[in-house]
Design a protein around this ligand. Sequence first.
Ligand SMILES: CC(C)(COP(=O)(O)OP(=O)(O)OC[C@H]1O[C@@H](n2cnc3c(N)ncnc32)[C@H](O)[C@@H]1OP(=O)(O)O)[C@@H](O)C(=O)NCCC(=O)NCCS
Length: 161
Amino acid sequence: MMAWLSEMWSGGTAAVEPATLRDAPRLAQLHAASFHRGWSESEFEAMLTERNTLVHRLRVGRKIIGFAASRMAADEAEILSVAIAGSHRGRGFSHSLLLTHLGHLAGRGVRSVFLEVEEHNQPARRLYERAGFAIAGRRERYYHQDGGKELNAVLMRRDLS
Ligand SMILES: CC(C)(COP(=O)(O)OP(=O)(O)OC[C@H]1O[C@@H](n2cnc3c(N)ncnc32)[C@H](O)[C@@H]1OP(=O)(O)O)[C@@H](O)C(=O)NCCC(=O)NCCS
């Protein structure tokens, strides 16, 4: 599906690949455009260097248009962030990105994956539900925004077999 999608909209081939240190500036850019508190280039460099983190990039043609990042501990992992460039959202790219990322986590011996998502973030919640995640809890006032607004998070879990 990825091939036809990418050809239709971008004229290139879509690929999910391990991110490298050279991707840090672009990943920081994508993150800053997607989240209230962006992660710096050096934060990405640290993640790309640490052995307990796994970062995949989604590339269409020569352009990186998304990423998924997780932190692993023993046989568990937490998805830290998934983002797709605004220009490429709503086209189903995130599903392949996430499934490939989960497959690599499984390959590293991860058996359970957790994540927190803002309760009203429908595209993200739909993405995770479709990838087999189920609600495992709720965290009240988990996200703090400028202006004092606080948002709840839903904790989701998926076991990998
Ligand atoms: C979350 C995100 C990665 C999803 O990427 P995407 O390209 O928009 O996702 P998709 O096109 O694959 O759509 C995902 C699902 O959400 C649904 N969806 C998309 N926009 C929606 C909306 N506004 N309301 C409800 N559902 C929506 C899609 O229909 C799809 O569901 P389906 O598979 O049942 O059809 C992307 O929106 C993003 O980067 N958001 C900002 C960062 C973020 O919130 N990350 C997740 C938290 S870590």
